[in-house]
Ligand binder design. Structure first.
Ligand code: SF4
Length: 284
C-alpha cells in the first residue's frame, strides 16, 4: 500500500522501505514515560503519559529530538504492545496519553486505541504538517490537539525543512483541530481542545507575528503557547542564524504583538527556559 498519511504524499510502500519520514510500517518508539515538562495544563500533577514515536515527515534541521526524528534509534513494537503501553501509563497515574509525532503511525495508533481505549484524554502532539482527511479519521480517538505552528513563510519552511507548503497545510489542519471544544477540568487541567505551540526562532520575529495574525482569527477557540526555548541543536552547520538562542528583545516583541491583537488564550515562558532540560534521555 502506498503511504498517504501526511501531506508529503510520498507514496512509499512502507512494508518494503521507509518514506520521507524515515519510518517503515511497524511502529518504532524511543521512550515512554510520565513527562513533567509539558505545559502545566497538559502535564498536571503526575506528568503526561508520553510516547515518543521515531521518524518525522517534517525533518526540521534544528530538531531537538534529532536522533529520534531521523529514526536513528528506537524499538519496534506491535499494535498490541502499544496498547499495553497506554494501559501502563494510565495505571501509573498519567494525566493523559500524549502521542508525540504520531502522524506517520496514525493508522497503527487507531488500531492500538481499538485494542485499549484509556479512560484519560488522548493528546495528538504534532508538528502540524497534517492532512485533514487523515485527521478526520483519527479525530474520534483524540481529545486534545497539541500542534506546532512553525513557519508562515514558504521560503522559511523550505529553508529549514525542504517543504514550502507547511503553512498552507498546517493552518488548514489546525483550523480543523480548533473545532474540538475547549474544556478544562479540576485545577485547570485540559480535558479537550487545541493548544497551538509556536517556537520563536532567531531572526524570525516578523514570521512569528504573521503566525499571530493568523491565530487571531481562531483565538477564542484555541490556546497558543508562544515559546522561547529554542536551543541550537541538530544539523545546523549550514545555518549560521540558528546558532544562537533568541534574545529577550525578540521574544518580548512577539509577546507584545500577541497582546496588541487581543490574544488572551496564551501561555508564554520565561526566557531562561532555553535549556536542554527539555530534551529527554532516550531509552531505546
Ligand atoms: S507519512 Fe511518511 S511515508 Fe507516509 S506520505 Fe508521509 S513521509 Fe511518506
Amino acid at each position: 500500500m502506498r503511504c498517504d498519511l501526511c501531506p508529503n504524499m510520498c507514496g512509499a510502500d512502507r512494508t518494503r522501505a521507509a518514506g520521507r519520514c524515515g519510518a517503515k510500517e511497524t511502529v518504532r518508539i524511543a521512550k515512554y514515560y510520565l513527562h513533567p515538562f509539558e505545559e502545566p495544563v497538559i502535564s498536571g500533577k503526575n506528568g503526561s503519559g508520553t510516547v515518543f514515536f521515531c521518524g518525522c515527515p517534517l525533518q526540521c534541521v534544528f530538531c531537538q529530538n534529532y536522533e529520534v526524528s531521523r529514526n536513528l534509534r528506537g524499538k519496534y513494537i506491535s499494535d498490541k504492545e502499544l496498547a499495553e503501553i497506554f494501559k501502563k501509563l494510565e495505571d501509573a497515574g498519567a494525566t493523559n496519553i500524549n502521542l508525540v509525532n504520531p502522524t506517520h503511525y496514525s493508522r497503527a495508533i487507531m488500531r492500538a486505541l481499538e485494542i485499549y481505549r484509556p479512560n484519560i484524554p488522548v493528546v495528538y502532539n504534532t508538528h502540524g504538517y497534517e492532512r485533514k482527511e487523515i485527521l478526520f479519521e483519527i479525530d474520534p480517538y483524540i481529545d486534545i490537539y497539541l500542534p506546532d505552528m512553525k513557519f508562515f513563510s514558504p521560503a522559511l519552511s523550505e529553508r529549514y525543512t525542504g517543504i514550502s507548503d507547511y503553512f498552507e497545510k498546517a493552518s488548514a489542519a489546525i483550523e480543523f483541530m480548533a473545532e474540538k471544544p475547549l474544556v478544562f477540568g479540576d485545577k485547570g487541567i485540559m480535558k479537550s481542545g487545541t493548544l497551538v505551540r509556536h517556537l520563536v526562532l532567531p531572526q524570525c520575529t516578523s514570521d512569528s507575528k504573521k503566525i499571530l495574525d493568523w491565530f487571531a482569527d481562531i483565538k477564542d477557540k484555541a490556546f497558543i503557547n508562544v515559546m522561547s526555548q529554542y536551543t541550537p541543536f541538530g544539523d545546523i552547520e549550514k545555518f549560521p542564524e540558528l546558532k544562537r538562542k533568541i534574545t529577550k528583545r525578540e521574544y518580548e516583541s512577539v509577546l507584545e504583538y500577541a497582546m496588541s491583537l487581543g490574544i488572551e488564550n496564551m501561555f508564554y515562558q520565561k526566557i531562561e527556559s532555553a535549556e536542554e532540560i527539555y530534551i529527554p534521555k532516550w531509552d531505546y
